[in-house]
Write a protein that binds this ligand. Sequence first.
Ligand code: 15L
Length: 272
Amino acid sequence: MSRLLITGAAGNMGGMLRPLLRAPGRVLRLADVAPIEDVVDGEEAMALDVTDAAAVGKACQDVDAVLHLGGLSMEASFDDILSVNVIGTHNVLRAAVDTGVARVILASSNHAVGFYRRSVDLVPGSDGLPDELPARPDTFYGWSKAAGESLGALYHHRFGLDVVAVRIGTCFAEPIGSRGLATWLSPADAARLFEACLSAPAVGFRVVWGVSDNTRRWWSLAGGAALGYVSQDDAEPFAPARIAEFGEPDPSDPVQDLLGGNFCLAPLGERM
Ligand code: 15L
């Protein structure tokens, strides 16, 4: 029996992934500050504040791998971001090493590299912007994701912990707005990608995009493919409805050109 700790299990992604990551021979340890509802066979629930290092240490006991989704998922004050996202991620990595967890998957974000521009940085005809683009965060939130990746590298190189940081695009049941036609990671593809992150041998430390094989995709699938991820979804069937509602994306509009979209223009440090 293997045990997978999922932090932030009561959040948007946690809720969508729970049923998709259930597997014979696997216990999902679901942890969150918010209550975990409707626990079923093969799941165990745990109250967890990731800023509490001792509690994170307990949550990691008898765990084989951690999927760290917990944290603030949008812009917030520097202090809140530092505490929940950076110290929280550090607590998870530290506890993983201390308790002998072999592998941690970090939910990073496209906002770690939000200030790249498609018009400048995307090579036409390429498979998309590469995995492991150097950080160019668009918010304190994006900076915290880059910091988490960098902490993952530290804990890998110092202690041998396997760490995969997934720069997630837009992971909701359906793509959001017209940008989401390029950035969507379907929940089913998210589960496929996380399964690949869990089962690929000797991953070391890697940063990979978390995106579906969208017709309008800007990001490469190479890093995911190297782990064994095969996307089966594409946002394009949603295009007619999104374009009818929001119009065809205008590439000269910075919100469409910048990878991070409206995060790049939102006031720094203000809750979105
Ligand atoms: C993120 O990192 C956010 O957590 C999510 O709410 C979306 O805004 C997503 O990025 C996105 O870029 O669409």
